[in-house]
Design a protein around this ligand. Structure first.
Ligand SMILES: [Zn+2]
Length: 451
């Protein structure tokens, strides 16, 4: 190990507050791991909250910012006693606490976090990225506010990924909302997002024909977001319906649009065909505008989430559509539990996958098992990501970003160390793959120009 690599490792372990290397860390190729720690990543997907003074009132960090859903069985990483939290608290706030937090410790944590916010002020979010060794974070937000600063520069700290699901449901959604308690919360929120999009276009209601809806609402919204710095559009459609998008012809979609416009509680089966058409139209437009399409592909959250409908294999007809070959799709969160299905889909030239959320949910050794398979097959299709999100008072977007970034780096180092030791790849090749995953592939993907 060279001197730089050595000092990076020493710095990392000092800053992470780790007492000693874990057994897993001792197994990592030290030069490779030091390189991974020294490389500022592009985080493909997260939900940063605005820096002070806008932090307390910010609700745009998610189109579906739901905090009163019926309880689900949270995975361990989402619980306030997530055993990975103390290391994050130590690294970020320089405070030693154990889980679970008692009320006194909760107050001390809040005070320690507030002190850093006061110290960093408007630069607070940038400072959080520095702690997680993230150069640029793709912020999945309804609006960017002050995070848009320098968005157009060569090395912006934040780039924008807005939401587009609301455009798939232009009519009365009360019937869909009645399907289950989660959707009862989700659809009114989507209606609000669509209403905001209409206001931006100086429209009060959706037009009477599909042609006008596409020309006056859908395309202008995508163009406005692209002009506002968006590099991709995010679908959290898996929370609202299945990935089973058929391919109805435009004339049929036009007839359905006229039939359903203004109708209370449209027939869900007929309405679905219009959504199917709109999904493909939006995906094609994203390709034309040089934006990728991000899809939430992971079980959850919520106790009524349709896991079977989020199987990425259902998207294969979309990926195989010649009309959509100019659109790049990114399977966010790696598709868990369908990790091998997601892996196989990377053979499509326009399909990518990111490590966000799985890097929070799964400890590095577990994630490294399927990450190694991904890197052995399609190493140039895998993107680093965290899905930093405000999960609880104990685990804000800051902690979840830090934990997921650490896990993703360790999993990447573990998978590549194994491949190097087994003679599958050389160390220079391992370093090159690490660079691709951490930032190279994302740099290329988001440099797409409009057609
Ligand atoms: Zn997310």
């Amino acid at each position: 190990m060279n001197a730089l690599a050595c000092s990076v490792l020493v710095l990392f372990f000092a800053s992470s507050g780790a007492q000693a290397q874990t057994a897993l860390e001792r197994q990592l190729d030290p030069e490779l791991f030091a390189h991974i720690l020294a490389t500022a990543a592009i985080d493909n997907h997260a939900h940063p909250i605005l820096p002070p003074p806008d932090d307390a009132s910010d609700r745009d960090f998610d189109a579906l910012p739901v905090d009163n859903m019926e309880p689900e069985t949270d995975s361990v990483a989402w619980r306030p006693d997530n055993p990975q939290l103390p290391a994050a608290w130590r690294a970020l706030w320089n405070i030693d606490l154990t889980v679970p937090l008692d009320p006194g410790a909760t107050k001390r944590l809040a005070a320690a976090r507030a002190a850093v916010k006061t110290r960093e002020g408007a630069h607070y979010d940038d400072w959080i990225l520095d702690q997680a060794i993230i150069g640029t974070m793709l912020a999945n937000r309804v609006s960017m506010g002050p995070l848009a600063v320098h968005a157009g520069s060569a090395q912006p700290r934040f780039r924008w990924v807005p939401y587009v699901d609301a455009l798939l449901f232009p009519f009365d959604n009360s019937g869909l909302a009645a399907e289950n308690p989660d959707k009862k919360l989700f659809f009114p929120l989507e209606d609000k997002v669509r209403a905001r999009y209409l206001v931006s276009l100086n429209l009060k209601t959706v037009p009477a024909t599909l042609d006008d809806y596409l020309a006056q609402v859908v395309t202008p919204t995508l163009e406005r977001q692209r002009a506002g710095g968006a590099v991709a559009e995010k679908f959290e459609i898996a929370y609202l319906r299945s990935f089973d998008f058929t391919d109805p012809p435009r004339a049929q979609a036009e007839r359905i649009y006229r039939q359903l416009a203004g109708q209370p509680n449209p027939d869900p089966a007929v309405y679905k065909l219009l959504q199917d058409f709109l999904f493909r139209y939006i995906a094609a437009e994203c390709g034309r505008l040089g934006m990728a399409v991000h899809l939430h592909v992971l079980a959850g959250g919520g106790s009524y989430f349709g896991i079977a409908g989020a199987n990425p294999m259902l998207l294969e007809p979309v990926f195989n559509s010649p009309a959509l070959r100019h659109t790049n799709f990114v399977l966010l969160h790696g598709g868990w539990p369908f990790v091998r299905e997601a892996n196989a889909l990377l053979q499509k030239p326009n399909v990518y996958l990111d490590l966000s959320q799985q890097s929070l949910t799964f400890p590095p050794r577990t994630m490294a098992t399927w990450l190694r398979e991904l890197l052995e097959t399609f190493p140039d299709k895998v993107l680093f990501g965290t899905d930093g999100y405000a999960l609880s008072d104990a685990e804000g977007w800051e902690e979840s970003t830090w934990i997921a970034a650490r896990n993703a780096r360790q999993a990447l180092a573990l998978a590549l160390t194994g491949m190097t030791q087994d003679g599958e790849i050389t160390r220079p090749r391992a370093l090159a793959i690490a660079d691709e995953v951490l930032r190279g592939t994302a740099t290329q993907l988001y440099a797409e120009k409009p057609r």
